[in-house]
Design a protein around this ligand. Sequence first.
Ligand SMILES: O=C(CO)COP(=O)(O)O
Length: 246
Amino acid sequence: MVRQFIVGGNWKMNGSRGTVSTLVKGLNEASLDKNVEVVVAPPALYINSVVETLKVGQVAGQNIYSESKGAFTGEISAEMLKDVGAQWVLLGHSERRHVFGEDSKSIAKKVKHALNTGLKVMYCVGETLDEREANQTTAVVFEQLQAVADVIQDWSQVVIAYEPVWAIGTGKVATPEQAQEVHHAIRQWLADKVNAQTAEATRIMYGGSVNAGNCKEIGKKADVDGFLVGGASLKPEFIDIINAQL
Ligand SMILES: O=C(CO)COP(=O)(O)O
């Protein structure tokens, strides 16, 4: 089975109307690898304008709440993302887990709600440095995956993003071997806990200090099916990362 390579740009809480329009223009005018699926995740306020102007990719929200509507001040729903034309949502990002205290159970509830609403999900998992040094990497990642497996059966609209927390925004990228080792373990976990077909078909992206210089080597690994890019997705080098397979 050939898994289509996917590159996501998580813009986090960055940008303005001006920089967002510059980023979209840069992508629209670039020569991009046609075999790569491109998804950008702008801050919620800019999703609408990116949906209307981006011609070369799809758009993701960076978060949702797990209810459709109601008295949840400050939140946005999966239904609202769909309504403005987003097709994806990022869930379980380490900044949501660690800065905003989201736990796997509440995130899993969001995953289920997003899928039921018809959004595709980039589900982020990853260990902290302390957890890695304590040899807890797979235990942590498997717990994060199990929370989702407890509430969904169909993984066909889910992409997993392995983002070691120690590599996010630090410039300390995982080696291709470190990424491959965890990606392979995730695929094996899918085979054991879900089924062989899901393990074969599910794309696993790597995220954490990906840039134009390191993406080629990481992208060559057998179980690396894409990248989720933070800082570098705000720069012209995002185009080189999309084109890493050429
Ligand atoms: O968090 C990330 C993508 O979701 C990765 O961020 P950086 O690429 O800035 O390390």
